[in-house]
Each structure stands twice: as structure tokens, then as C-alpha cells.
Write a protein that binds this ligand. Structure first.
Ligand code: GDP
Length: 465
């Protein structure tokens, strides 16, 4: 099923349609990303009479009718012609780091979740850097307002009304935190204000006080996302829905009965069960024939049956699982393209070009970098470049013995380090590192990897003096 409004002309010409904007949820760990997504999904399930939600692989589609039901007077469906919003389910690094500015984008728009009490934290700053680099429009959810002392939640009213109805003391406490947040945004070159005061969202970031726990402010977040999408993304959402599918790999994993499969967010065209696809990989792009397209079954149908059903075709924007031979070396964050109207060499070349654009420059000597997705690899590489730390090898995937070998060989400057971002270290790699004196630094926070490496170098220099 697609969330597209199709205007195929009667003569059978191309089916121009507007696709659903794809939304990523970003922010520091524990600030409430998962709870917010659950709230959006949960309220859409209970309140959404008209369209409710559709569960995808790795994503949840909330149709416009449901957004407008949730948002009440805030959203009049007649004012919008985009079909709704598609939320990427895996919040945090995994999704934000695969936001991309070149080639196809994984997400078109984002929610940056910030705990109002905790303020800016390392992953908040990393998320902002990526939003800036990818020029992705976003809204800030200033979350956990229910924990403000004296806060008295109001149900079913816009957050501005709730804010106005609070005691002076509660509002003063929240204001203090909100202004600090707005100040932090401004320190990072984003002019921001409370969303109901923002006139021009192109130049100002809207801040929405929210409680992912009680749901206050959540409809307002959806409203701002719809408004931003309608105003700034509409042209980019026009796709030829019958064209060859294009998407981004979210995850590569084994699917019982099907072998290796990729979870994909499709942002253009259609993929069919008899298509040939090209997938970005750690080596040459993979060219393979689709074995099966899988989507989740409706909740009611899941008994002992598989959670997935095979479908004949899926159209953008959507999340799906593609099973096909030879997918083992596929990379999270890499492009997926259907071969249809174009010769396959051209599609392969296009995928190669997209991969090259996510460029990481390597040197003769330097540190080895491993990361969970292509996008995060690029983000780590950017941070290292800024810190003037050279990279000898950069790849997606767990830290394997050969990474340690590369890190240990012929390095005059003695970098001898593997930086592992959100990936496992294989046991035999850890053993080898121990034997060969190679350090492995692991973190889910980019700046900590850089910091740990810098500290190590400073320490070593000090001990050599
Ligand atoms: P994530 O790491 O950003 O996905 O954060 P989670 O959604 O897992 O939330 C971290 C913790 O904060 C959990 O214990 C949540 O229940 C809690 N939490 C999230 N949002 C709120 C909120 O709006 N109010 C309160 N009081 N707690 C929240």
C-alpha cells in the first residue's frame, strides 16, 4: 500500500504524485526520542479513525487525516496536499547519521528532541551539525515539560494555551529552561523561538514544549512538521510513482527463510517483486534479482504466522524489506536502485557515484574508522578531519582482525588505533589488538572518539618528554 495521492492521467501517462515526507527523530540519549515516537504511534492508533497508521518496515506512516484529527483545529486537511508523514522508527544515531545531503536523502525533515531540564548534550550538538550540513528543516521538541515543578497538564488544547494556563511559577521555570535552549541554538547559529511566535520557518527554528509522556505538545509538533513540509518540501515530494524505485538501506540482516535481506526506506518510484536492483556495498555495488518484498502484516493477523507478508510491489514513500541473493556485503546507509528504464551499467555507475559522494578521504597513514552506517562513517570522518587526525581506512561494519592488522602495519606516526562508532568489536579482533598493541576506542558519541584519541596522543607525548 502506498501513501500517495496519485494523479495518473486517464491516457495512462506517468503517474505524478506527491509522496509522504520522511521524518527522522534525533537527539541525545534518554531525552525521549523513543517515547515520543511511541506516543505518535499510540495516539494515531487510538484516535485515528479515518486513516489510522500503517506499519512499515523500519517506519510508521501517519496519514494527513490522522494528523489533522490529532491536531484538531491546528490542522485543516484542506490546506495540505501532502499525504501525511512517514516516521523512521529507529531514532537516534542510526537514523540521523544516515540523513544525507547528496544523492537521495533518507529523511526530508526532522524532530530534534531536547530534554528541557538537561539542555544541550553531546549528541544534541552532533545532531545539529548533521542537520546543518544536510540542510534538513527541523523542529525542536523541548521535552519533559511535565517534570517542571507545578506543571499542570492540559489535555486536548494547543500547547500555547496550556503554557498560558500554567501558574506563574511553573511558567517561569519552564521559560528559564526554554530561553537557555534558545540561547544554545543561537550559539550554534540557529535562530529559534517558541513555535507560535515564529513567522518564517525558513529562517527560524520553532521550539515546541512537549511531554512525550503525557502527549502535551505532540499534536503541535505534527502540525509544525506538516506546515514545514507543505511550505518547503512540496516540490521535492513530487515523484513519478511508477518510475524505478530508489531508496536507502536502513539495515542488513538475516531474514528467516529468505537469507540476507535489507530493510529499505524507499523515497522514489516503485520496486516490484520481479525487479533487478543495485545496492551499495562495501566492495563493488551488488546487482541482484529481488527474491521477495516483505511488509508487516496487519497487527490483527499476526498469530504464529510470520510477521511479514510478501507483496508484489511497494511505492514511495515506504519502508520495506527486500530479500535477494548476494546481499551480504550491503551497507546500511547505502543507496538502492531499481534497474528498469536505464541500462544496468548506468544504474551501477549512479550508485557508485552516490557512494563516492559520501566521500571519506583516506591517507597513507592514520587511524582506522569503523561505523554502523555510511552516514555515521561520514560524520565521524568529518569530525576527524576537523581535528586534523588522518584516516588510513574507513568502513562500515564490526571491527574485524584485518582492521587491527591495517592499524598496526607500517605506520611511522604510530597512530595504531581503531575508532569504533556504534559497532561491535569481534573477539578475535580484540585479542589481536591486545597482542599487537593496537588501541580500540569505542563510543556512540562522535566527539568522545575524537577526544579519547586526542587524550591518548597528548598523554603519550607527555610521557615521552
Ligand atoms: P531516548 O533514548 O531518547 O529514546 O529516550 P527514551 O524515550 O527512551 O526516554 C528516556 C527516559 O525518559 C524514559 O524513562 C522515558 O520514560 C522518559 N521520558 C521520555 N519522555 C518523557 C517526558 O516527556 N516526560 C517524562 N517525565 N519522562 C519522559
Amino acid at each position: 500500500m502506498s501513501e500517495t495521492h496519485t494523479n495518473a492521467d486517464a491516457a495512462g501517462g506517468t503517474a505524478e504524485s506527491l509522496r509522504t515526507p520522511i521524518v527522522a527523530v534525533l537527539g541525545h540519549v534518554d531525552h525521549g526520542k523513543t517515547t515520543l515516537l511511541d506516543k505518535i504511534r499510540g495516539s494515531a492508533v487510538t484516535d485515528g479513525e479515518a486513516g489510522a497508521i500503517t506499519q512499515h518496515i523500519g517506519a510508521t506512516a501517519v496519514p494527513l487525516e490522522t494528523v489533522s484529527e490529532l491536531a484538531g483545529s491546528l490542522v485543516d486537511p484542506d490546506d495540505f496536499d501532502l499525504p501525511g508523514l512517514l516516521f523512521i522508527d529507529t531514532p537516534g544515531h542510526h537514523s540521523f547519521s544516515t540523513l544525507r545531503s547528496r544523492g537521495g536523502a533518507l529523511a526530508d525533515i526532522a524532530i530534534l528532541v531536547v530534554d528541557v531540564n538537561d539542555g544541550f548534550q553531546p549528541q544534541t550538538i552532533e545532531a545539529l551539525d548533521i542537520l546543518r550540513r544536510t540542510e534538513t528543516p527541523f523542529v525542536v521538541a523541548a521535552n519533559k515539560i511535565d517534570t517542571v515543578p507545578g506543571w499542570n497538564p492540559q489535555s486536548d488544547v494547543p500547547i500555547q494555551e496550556s503554557y498560558d494556563a500554567q501558574s506563574d511559577r511553573a511558567r517561569a521555570t519552564l521559560d528559564e529552561n526554554l530561553y537557555e535552549l534558545i540561547g544554545e541554538l543561537s550559539d550554534h547559529d540557529f535562530s529559534a523561538d517558541m513555535y507560535w511566535r515564529v513567522q518564517n520557518f525558513a529562517n527560524n527554528v520553532g521550539v515546541v514544549p512537549t511531554s512525550a509522556e503525557t502527549g502535551e505538545g505532540v499534536p503541535d509538533v505534527l502540525t509544525v512538521l506538516m506546515g514545514l513540509s507543505q511550505r518547503y518540501l512540496k516540490d521535492a515530494m513530487a515523484i513519478d510513482v511508477d518510475g524505478p524505485g530508489a531508496g536507502t538501506v536502513l539495515e542488513v540482516k538475516d531474514q528467516k527463510g529468505f537469507g540476507t535481506a535489507i530493510d529499505v526506506v524507499l523515497y522514489d518510484g516503485t520496486v516490484r517483486s520481479d525487479d533487478t536492483i543495485v545496492v551499495g556495498a562495501s566492495g563493488d555495488p551488488i546487482v541482484t534479482d529481488v527474491r521477495a518484498l516483505l511488509q508487516p502484516r496487519p497487527l490483527a493477523e499476526i498469530r504464529t504466522e510470520s510477521r511479514f507478508e510478501q507483496v508484489d510491489a511497494v511505492s514511495a514513500a515506504a519502508g520495506l524489506k527486500i530479500a535477494a541473493p548476494e546481499l551480504d556485503s550491503a551497507m546500511a546507509g547505502a543507496p538502492v536502485r531499481v534497474v528498469r528504464d536505464q541500462p544496468r551499467e548506468e544504474v551501477v555507475a549512479a550508485v557508485e557515484e552516490e557512494l563516492a559522494a559520501i566521500g571519506v578521504t583516506t591517507q597513507e597513514e592514520g587511524v582506522v574508522v569503523k561505523a554502523d552506517t555510511l552516514g555515521s562513517l561520514e560524520a565521524v570522518a568529518d569530525a576527524l578531519e576537523e581535528a586534523e587526525i588522518p584516516i588510513v581506512r574507513a568502513e562500515v561494519g564490526a571491527v574485524a582482525p584485518r582492521d587491527v592488522t591495517v592499524a598496526s602495519t607500517a605506520d611511522e606516526e604510530k597512530h595504531e588505533t581503531v575508532l569504533a562508532f556504534s559497532v561491535d568489536v569481534l573477539d578475535n579482533a580484540a585479542d589481536l589488538a591486545e597482542e599487537s598493541g593496537v588501541r580500540i576506542f569505542e563510543s556512540d558519541v562522535i566527539y568522545r572518539l575524537v577526544e579519547e584519541y586526542d587524550e591518548f596522543v597528548t598523554e603519550r607525548e607527555r610521557s615521552q618528554q
